[in-house]
Design a protein around this ligand. Sequence first.
Ligand SMILES: Cc1cc2nc3c(=O)[nH]c(=O)nc-3n(C[C@H](O)[C@H](O)[C@H](O)COP(=O)(O)OP(=O)(O)OC[C@H]3O[C@@H](n4cnc5c(N)ncnc54)[C@H](O)[C@@H]3O)c2cc1C
Length: 365
Amino acid sequence: MELALGRERKKVVVIGGGVAGSLLAKSLQFLADFTLIDEKEYFEIPWASLRAMVEPSFAERSVINHRDYLTNGQIIASRAINVSDTEVLTATGRLIPYDYLVIATGHADRVPKTKTERLSEFQEENQKIRSANSILIVGGGPTGVELAGEIAVDYPDKKVTLVHTGSRLLEFIGPKAASKTLNWLKSRRVEVILEQSVSLNNISDGSKTYQTSEGGTFEADCHFLCTGKRLGSAWLKETVLENSMDVNGRLMVDENLRVKGRKNIFAIGDITNIPEIKQGYLAQKQALVAAKNLKLLLAGGKESKLATYEPHSVMALVSLGRKHGVAQFPLTTISGRIPGLIKSKDLFVGKTRKQLGLEPHPVHD
Ligand SMILES: Cc1cc2nc3c(=O)[nH]c(=O)nc-3n(C[C@H](O)[C@H](O)[C@H](O)COP(=O)(O)OP(=O)(O)OC[C@H]3O[C@@H](n4cnc5c(N)ncnc54)[C@H](O)[C@@H]3O)c2cc1C
């Protein structure tokens, strides 16, 4: 039996190696018998993926093998499909016991398992952009808007059309930010079509005619679907945590970030029902609070000493190409070069790498 400071080493399992799970894993790896379960072998900085589509080499820094920052724990590259009071079951049939569990499965996406495959996917997407004269983007949330911005700036000769079902862009932040974004996109000759959807039922790779819900048709050489990712909680519906989810499929947590009614299961990041905007910098703040609480519990500390997490007010930054952006602060909205300076050049990639204990700009031989 392995011993740490005279105590049996507790088993800590984290499910989901995204923004929150990776940071928590890095903080706790040496303090427990630690396991990270993620469906892929790498952590990908989500907001850097649109830049990687126009500049594939960008992904070499923003797609990070879990092993690069998690030097001490066990890594299982498989989907979690069930959880009991004591164990997690993976899609590959492994049962992983835990004393403490952290669920950080934010959003599930269909992405390849290895970094190499993911990097070639970015090359293919880039090729698709390069070889098209006209590009359709479906979805006017942050992903669609940021992709439109990246293409409009890096490939100004392409005709970009963005179709969105809502009455305005970026519905997760305020209307002022949306109208500033719309004006910026128009100034870059992006055509924005609101309150319409595109039928993708009969679309194959070669077809170029798209139909809108209003019955109109238009031509584009290719399309990108940016309609948002599924919440990564569907797999919890038939587990011991089924009653711990709210109507939106989010895990209900208490002020210490433990799943309601559970003493040894934490949840962090986009999957929680914390009443605040779902953003990575907040997922990271939650990861640090949960890590602190786990450290306390692992050291045999008192429950009354657990740290609490307070929801934050709205703050978000949307990049518009390499130099501009739109920022939503609690009391105001700004657009232009200042938010661009904060986010758009490096997209917080160096910062996120540093938080994981990695070189912001690794030097290759
Ligand atoms: C275009 C865009 C721009 C953004 N810009 C910003 C920004 O500028 N600043 C900011 O703070 N936030 C930004 N965000 C939001 C931010 O990306 C999310 O809030 C953040 O990723 C949430 O982190 P998370 O750890 O909860 O979930 P994720 O980062 O979604 O991680 C979830 C992880 O769990 C894994 N997983 C899912 N299901 C399972 C399963 N069953 N078994 C095993 N593994 C599983 C996934 O593969 C993934 O690795 C942006 C998002 C988008 C889409």
